[in-house]
Design a protein around this ligand. Structure first.
Ligand SMILES: [Zn+2]
Length: 315
């Protein structure tokens, strides 16, 4: 089985805990990912609300060094995994029998009204940017309020399209998602919701409306279903709730549904999920729900992989 997961906070966690990527004690480590035939794992560095813009930027620069050092260390230990900055890189990795890590940033507070910092993110290999996280920052509001993007926030989205960074609307509010989709349409570029469940299945400010999901997919993007209990169900979330969100997205448009697990970012996992190795249990639950192996592989791997192959790093 192959997996492609659009969001985790493992990089943030290994920096905080001063652990290594190979044997990290959390939900994701290279050892755990290696239980799959191959993987594409997006790893995000999170901008914390409680830190200043500058402190977040410094933390990001440090995390960027850590990621590269950890991947080099893994390679020296015989792990077949490399960073990809483009769709071509992923294809080359596959040809060489290597799995892929994609570098992302969650929350653009670290930019602090300076577009030059976005260019620095790009030059350091960042290819996916979750635009906001919570509260307010120079980018604008977030899912927990009704404030749209500022002029600067909209400029960041446009510059992402020009540079070849995929904007991610997870954590944005409905007004902001509409703003980004309008720009995406004008630029003929896709947008993703890396880790956002369905609002029709469970009403939560972090989840997507059916209309937004439909429009994201129409523009060539995808939405990753996450393992955050509070975004899955009112209470006592388990694997069947993950399946319900997947089945709902699939019913609207099967091309757009993928994984955005949020491993190492969520404190409580749904019953039946232990860590990234549990995704094979999810696959068997999807089979029990009547999906054939081709469709399951599309959800677990192909849909998100195709988006990355086509659009990662493309100007
Ligand atoms: Zn998140």
């Amino acid at each position: 089985m192959k997996i492609c997961d659009l969001h985790c906070d493992t990089l943030f966690e290994i920096r905080k805990k001063q652990e290594g990527l190979v044997d990290h004690s959390g939900h994701i480590s290279l050892d755990k990912l290696d239980s799959y035939d191959s993987f594409i794992q997006v790893m995000a560095m999170w901008s914390e609300n409680k830190l200043t813009c500058d402190a977040n930027y410094d933390a990001f620069l440090d995390a960027s060094d850590i990621l590269k050092r950890e991947l080099a260390d893994a390679e020296s230990k015989g792990y077949k995994v490399r960073l990809a900055k483009s769709g071509e890189d992923i294809l080359k990795n596959e040809k060489d029998g290597c799995s892929t890590v994609v570098f992302a940033v969650e929350g653009a507070k670290l930019l602090d009204n300076r577009i030059a910092r976005l260019e620095m993110l790009y030059s350091l290999g960042v290819r996916i940017l979750t635009l906001v996280w919570a509260g307010e920052c120079p980018m604008g509001g977030a899912h927990d309020n009704d404030i749209g993007f500022t002029e600067f926030g909209l400029e960041v989205v446009k510059r992402c399209f020009e540079l070849g960074i995929i904007p991610d609307v997870s954590h944005s509010n409905e007004r902001q998602i509409s703003q980004v989709l309008e720009l995406a349409s004008a630029y003929s570029k896709p947008v993703i919701a890396s880790h956002s469940n369905s609002k029709s299945v469970h009403k939560h400010s972090r989840n997507l409306t059916d209309e937004h999901y439909k429009e994201i997919v129409r523009l060539g993007g995808v939405a990753g279903v996450s393992m955050a209990c509070e975004h899955l169900a009112e209470k006592n979330a388990d694997i069947s709730d993950i399946v319900r969100h997947i089945m709902h997205y699939r019913e609207i448009d099967p091309k757009g549904v993928c994984l955005g697990c949020d491993f190492d970012g969520v404190t409580n996992l749904p019953r039946g999920v232990k860590d990234v190795t549990s995704l094979r249990i999810l696959a068997s639950e999807l089979a029990k729900s009547g999906l054939d192996s081709r469709e399951i592989q599309n959800i677990m791997y192909n849909n998100a992989r195709e988006l990355l192959i086509k659009h990662l790093g493309k100007r």
